[in-house]
Design a binder for this molecule. Sequence first.
Ligand SMILES: [Ca+2]
Length: 133
Amino acid sequence: MHSRFKKTLTALGVSVAAVAMSAAATGTAAASESRTERAATGLTVCVDAYFSNPSWNCKQNMTNRNNVYDVLKQIAPSFQDSISSVRNLTGRDLCFYEHNNYQGLSFRIPNGQEVGNLAGTRFQDAISSWHEC
Ligand SMILES: [Ca+2]
């Protein structure tokens, strides 16, 4: 991770975790299953932390939503100012903004990483747009 970016994330209180671990670092059956599950590409956003209750709480593995200028119009009204967890498996780094049309403060989630819980950061229940960055 770029050092300047890491400093920015720390200042904003956002903790970004790697989604997948290398085969050399894991090796158990459980880890293999988890790695397989997370191999799906796309962006997942959820209105609760830690991707809980995905069937009604999340928009999962979206492959055509890398650039969203208005969450209310392009995802769903209930996701506007409500997102609490984000997983980026799009193949691109994504930058998330507090306002529509890529305005206000932002933070980056590199491809292959996630934020399980935005609580305690200023982006909790605040994200309104994002794009490739
Ligand atoms: Ca907002």
